[in-house]
Design a protein around this ligand. Structure first.
Ligand code: NDP
Length: 341
């Protein structure tokens, strides 16, 4: 790698269904020079998140789509390597919206300084960052589980699901995780200390899920939709609450469930069981609740009360393959790219 060049990954083509490597393009440019009031950042870790898939489509959503040729969006942990801005010194570590780049200029807007002595900096992209806050807000402010209730969550080994289950346990609830494959299920049960974990790829998944939820499900934290939702729906108790956080099984518009209209069954259960389904985007809660989240979950991480796992690949050029792998469930923990040491 030539260290004097900046690299970035842009959207080269809109995916048709599942993204492929040809939907991305690596570009090189001269290192940018910081102007008056600016700082130059070198990215250390880039976060890969499911929402990025939505931005690749030319479709109206809660955020604007990317245009062809745009740098893929994303949050990163970065180091200040040149500064013309008071308050920022060379060596400072910050959380920044750099996109999929090796270097980025910033005027300080939206940056948050990180203290590596408080927690490993990578946690600011996962359990102590946007995904962790999403779990915290969705469970605490919407799901509100009570002691003795059953909370179920899919993508349970990932940064959102793993924290949902652990916070449910802290609230005194039973935590049931749904994950892809026996390795992830073992981790969810033994390392993350959920009460049960079920493999959604097993042939008899609906029956296995029912077996570990003998008292039904009171809070289902929806991360995936599709076939998992189909299996969960009959198990929901009267007055169950469903924070609708993500629908990753549907993001690429492909999968075994395509063509099955789940709406009639869903509406019937909403009516007959008085269910509450509440969609949310984490940003709704940031202003009021982010500091308490950092305080509370930060302390739990420091004392081992909350555990987390990261899946780090090396090299910006590997971001597309790692992103595709995450969408297909081949990540094991928070998906990150180490861009520089
Ligand atoms: P993860 O790191 O857990 O990665 C995604 C996981 O989804 C995969 O590892 C895979 O896990 C699972 N998955 C993928 N396809 C399927 C499928 N067809 N059926 C079942 N599971 C599938 O992701 P995050 O923790 O970062 O995100 C989890 C969810 O939260 C996503 O839907 C995301 O969009 C959403 N989210 C929503 C936010 C909001 O503000 N509403 C903010 C942040 C995230 P496995 O192999 O275990 O199946």
């Amino acid at each position: 790698m030539n260290r004097d060049r900046a690299r970035q990954i842009v959207l080269a083509a809109r995916p048709n269904g599942r993204p492929s490597l040809t939907d991305f393009r690596l570009e090189e440019a001269d290192l940018p020079m910081p102007g008056f009031g600016q700082i130059l950042l070198r990215v250390q870790y880039l976060s890969l998140d499911p929402y990025m898939r939505g931005r690749m489509d030319d479709r109206k959503s809660y955020a604007e789509p990317l245009q062809l040729g745009d740098v893929m969006i994303g949050q990163a942990v970065a180091q200040v390597i040149a500064s013309n801005r008071p308050g920022y010194s060379v060596g400072d570590i910050v959380l920044a919206q750099t996109g999929w780049r090796s270097h980025a200029l910033s005027d300080g807007t939206g940056l948050r300084k990180l203290d590596p002595a408080t927690a490993p900096v990578t946690t600011a992209l996962g359990v102590l960052g946007m995904p962790g806050f999403t779990a915290y807000a969705g469970l605490r402010l919407i799901g509100k589980p009570k002691a003795g209730e059953t909370v179920a969550v899919a993508a349970a080994s990932g940064p959102v699901g793993s924290l949902v289950g652990q916070l449910a346990k802290i609230a005194g609830a039973r935590a049931v995780g749904i994950a892809g494959g026996s390795q992830k299920c073992d981790h969810v049960k033994n390392e993350l200390r959920f009460d049960a974990a079920v493999d959604h790829r097993s042939a008899d998944f609906p029956a296995r899920l029912a077996a570990v939820c003998p008292n039904g499900i009171d809070v289902y934290f929806e991360n995936v939709g599709g076939a998992v939702w189909q299996a969960v729906l009959p198990l929901l108790n009267n007055f169950a609450c469903v924070p609708v956080c993500g629908l990753i099984a549907q993001y690429s518009g492909v999968g075994p469930n395509d063509g099955i209209d789940q709406l009639p069954a869903t509406m019937r259960e909403i009516l007959s069981k008085s269910l509450t389904l509440r969609g949310f985007i984490y940003s709704e809660f940031v202003e009021q609740h982010y500091s308490e989240f950092l305080r509370e979950v930060g302390a739990l991480i420091a004392n081992g009360g909350i555990r987390y796992r990261e899946d780090i690949v090396d090299g910006l050029e590997r971001a597309p393959e790692a992103f595709i792998a995450m969408l297909e469930g081949r990540n094991f923990g928070k998906a990150l790219v180490r861009v520089s040491a």
